[in-house]
Design a protein around this ligand. Structure first.
Ligand SMILES: *Cc1c(COP(=O)(O)O)cnc(C)c1O
Length: 216
């Protein structure tokens, strides 16, 4: 796959002022540098090994986010290289992030992933557990909760709206209840549903396929 420059420019315009995080799992570091030439400066990888490879070879000014399922034993490889980890989805991971952050004496920005549609196949905290999670974060002084992340169910786009709305309501509730955290960011929306997600308050969209095209 390679960058579709026209599409990138249109999507950047469409998405603004929300932040476009390009899901770069489909491409190599050369294409990531092409993305940057189009004005896209945030790259999200969902696998640690692929991230490490591209991070090493990439020579640009952009910023990296981690957007995929993160195993505890791999936290140490990425923690000081990414600006934001979108996919924090269990207590063990919070412990490990706190441990590795305190070891390095750095602050780590995270989003809490919520399984808002309660799908068996998806990761994320249950909505009803969020107050426990926020209480647990008292032990994690190096972690800064910037907001929430969700993945919509793979159903008709218009039917996903309710899940975006629910996530936004949850964010607003948490922001009121826990003013010690920023809780400003809502990472939701992908190629197929980002327009709906933006209408419902997404501040970050993670888009892959729509930015790229097949090689000739
Ligand atoms: C690949 C990926 C995306 C983007 O999905 P597209 O359908 O390619 O837009 C978003 N979030 C995560 C976690 C991903 O792995």
């Amino acid at each position: 796959m390679k960058v579709n420059q026209q599409a990138v420019k249109e999507i950047l315009k469409d998405v603004s002022p929300a932040k476009l995080v390009a899901a770069t799992k489909y491409v190599d570091e050369k294409e990531i540098e092409e993305l940057e030439k189009c004005g896209c400066f945030y790259f999200g990888e969902n696998r640690v090994q692929a991230f490490m490879d591209k991070y090493e070879k990439y020579h640009g000014q952009g910023h990296w986010h981690f957007i995929g399922t993160l195993q505890k034993n791999k936290v140490k490889y990425i923690i000081d290289k990414v600006d934001l980890i979108h996919s924090v989805n269990d207590y063990g991971l919070l412990d490990e992030l706190e441990k590795q952050a305190s070891k390095r004496d750095i602050e780590v920005h995270i989003l809490l992933q919520v399984n808002i549609a309660r799908e068996e196949s998806k990761h994320g905290f249950d909505e009803d557990d969020m107050d426990n999670v926020m209480a647990y974060l008292k032990n994690c002084s190096h972690l800064i909760v910037d907001g929430l992340m969700m993945m919509a169910p793979n159903i008709e786009v218009e039917d996903t709206r309710i899940y975006f709305q629910k996530t936004k309501q949850l964010l607003d509730r948490l922001k009121n209840a826990y003013p010690q955290y920023p809780l400003n960011e809502l990472s939701m929306g992908m190629s197929q549903d980002y327009k709906v997600a933006l209408e419902e308050g997404a501040t970050i969209v993670r888009i892959g396929r729509a930015l790229f095209q097949e090689d000739e």
